[in-house]
Design a protein around this ligand. Structure first.
Ligand code: PGA
Length: 250
């Protein structure tokens, strides 16, 4: 049985003060959870989040990193800097970064490799646009992303990774993929991992669903055979809502 992993993605929301307040309310609500909990915060909130979750079952991640250790890269934060302050998770290849920051699969691949080298577990996001789904090329798009993004990464490393299937048309739109459709795509991803790395890796790797996950739909989605939890944007911003999602099985 794979453990369920519920990750929050705060995107560009909450300042350090709000972060401290969030955890003052949230920690108690999820302290008895059976599920793994990760919250990916803006860089500016990392210190407050690490401080606010000390000694709890909540792990803190970031939403990006630069694959270089240091250098002339204005505005970026390096894999080494994150490792030095104890960050263990990061989102990589979110569709908003692929779209607004023109991140290619090649770049995503470099970031995954750098994260792994610095003991940071990547949460790799993949997913299709509505146009791609309607044209019947969703599977092609997602399998291509998996093959390119994981190029040169060993099965041992993929075993520890988290892959999030996030249909782009479902992100922040209130439209959720049906649990059957979401499960089908998560299974495509697992099958591709199986053909690349074999049964052991495919049966262990965590595959999440993301895109308008809410307290009201989390249980149905996370109960599907190939969905091992979720990556949650909007609904991770309020302690109460996110705790309900984390506690979907209670
Ligand atoms: P959403 O975002 O839950 O607000 O749709 C999910 C994500 O982009 O990770």
């Amino acid at each position: 049985m794979r453990k369920k992993v519920i990750a929050g993605n705060w995107k560009m929301n909450h300042n350090p003060q709000e972060t401290t307040k969030f955890f003052e309310e949230f920690n108690d609500l999820v302290k008895d959870s059976n599920n793994e909990i990760i919250i990916c915060v803006p860089y500016i909130d990392v210190n407050a989040a690490l401080e606010g979750t000390k000694g709890t079952n909540i792990k803190i991640g970031t939403q990006n990193l630069n694959h270089e250790e240091a250098g002339a890269l204005t505005g970026d934060i390096s894999c080494k800097m994150l490792q030095d302050i104890g960050i263990k998770y990061t989102i990589i290849g979110h569709s908003e970064r692929r779209e607004f920051h023109h991140e290619t699969d090649e770049f995503v691949n470099l970031k995954i490799k750098a994260a792994i080298e610095h003991d940071i577990i990547p949460i790799l996001c993949v997913g299709e646009t509505l146009f791609e789904r309607e044209k019947g090329i969703a599977k092609y798009k997602i399998v291509t992303q998996i093959v390119l993004d994981l190029d040169g990464i060993s099965g041992e490393d993929v075993k520890n990774m988290i892959i999030a299937y996030e249909p782009i048309w479902a992100i922040g739109t209130g439209k959720t993929a049906s649990s059957e459709d979401a499960n089908e795509v998560c299974k495509w991803i697992r099958d591709e991992i199986r053909s690349m790395y074999g049964d052991e890796v495919a049966d262990i790797v965590t595959i999440q669903y993301g895109g308008s996950v809410k307290p009201g739909n989390a249980k149905e989605l996370f109960s599907m055979s190939d969905i091992d939890g979720g990556l949650v944007g909007g609904a991770s911003l309020k302690p109460d809502d996110f705790a309900k999602i984390v506690n979907f099985d209670k």
